[in-house]
Design a protein around this ligand. Structure first.
Ligand SMILES: Nc1ncnc2c1ncn2[C@@H]1O[C@H](COP(=O)(O)OP(=O)(O)OP(=O)(O)O)[C@@H](O)[C@H]1O
Ligand SMILES: [Mg+2]
Length: 230
């Protein structure tokens, strides 16, 4: 628990689901501020589980884990809720609300933090500008393409300027060009200081967007390397 640069630390963290399935078996890992991390590995390797654990959606069954200084095994529900306000998520199953406008979707994390209404629109406009969709503020998500919806999800993830952004296969259903746009946005956020952790099957991005590669295999961390041009 010593290193002040550690944003996320795991020591022999194990996760067993209620079904008895051990999805992560004794993972030790140290993630520092400002890193760009690719989480890779076969289907069922434990990538989504690790992201879920960082978000406090599931707690480690044994071992030690801290996220932004919060002990994830001992934290109260309230502590986890507060932590979540400092983590942006672009989860595959974390869909936009289709009955709400783009503005309402993007503003949601700020409403949780009780931002005053008059500041909401200008902040939402600013992050939509960042993802290149400022003209869609009052649209409904169904009127947007899959790639545009994913950019809205990124806008929502970044709106409260969280130190960490988690993305679970954010380019999964996108064509190459659109996927590149999404990766470019995550990289730009990373360059602004956000720690980005993305689970992906798209290894092609390692060349254009270098980062630390963590490979899980069957619940174990089997590779921790740096890929890219540096
Ligand atoms: N809620 C759950 N209850 C029980 N078992 C689960 C649950 N979620 C995942 N698992 C199991 O845990 C293991 C790890 O799943 P996880 O979703 O973390 O894999 P993944 O690496 O994200 O795979 P994919 O690339 O297919 O998304 C799998 O064997 C899966 O079946
Ligand atoms: Mg997954």
């Amino acid at each position: 628990m010593g290193n002040s640069n550690s944003l996320i630390e795991l020591q022999q963290a194990m996760l067993r689901y209620r079904t008895g399935k051990v999805a992560l078996s004794g993972v030790s890992l140290d993630i520092h501020k400002g890193q760009f991390i690719y989480l890779i590995g076969e289907s069922g390797a434990g990538k989504s589980t690790l992201l879920r654990m960082i978000y406090g959606g599931v707690r480690p069954t044994s071992g030690f884990m801290t996220v932004q200084g919060v002990d994830m095994r001992k934290a109260s529900e309230q502590q986890v809720r507060t932590l979540r306000q400092r983590i942006g998520v672009v989860f595959q199953d974390h869909k936009l609300l289709f009955s709400r406008t783009v503005f309402e979707n993007v503003a949601l994390p700020l409403r949780v933090q009780q931002w005053k209404s008059d500041r909401l629109v200008s902040r939402a406009r600013k992050v939509l500008q960042f993802v290149g969709l400022e003209d869609r503020l009052w649209s409904y998500p169904e009127a947007l393409s899959g790639g545009e919806q994913q950019r809205i999800a990124i806008a929502r993830a970044m709106v409260a300027t969280p130190p960490i952004i988690l993305a679970d296969e954010p380019t999964g259903n996108l064509d190459n060009e659109t996927a590149t746009t999404v990766l470019n946005l995550l990289s730009a956020l990373n360059e602004m200081g956000t720690t980005v952790i993305t689970a992906t099957h798209d290894l092609q991005f390692l060349e254009s967007h270098p980062g630390r590669v963590l490979r899980l295999h069957s619940g174990s961390l089997v590779e921790d390397s740096y890929a890219g041009n540096e």
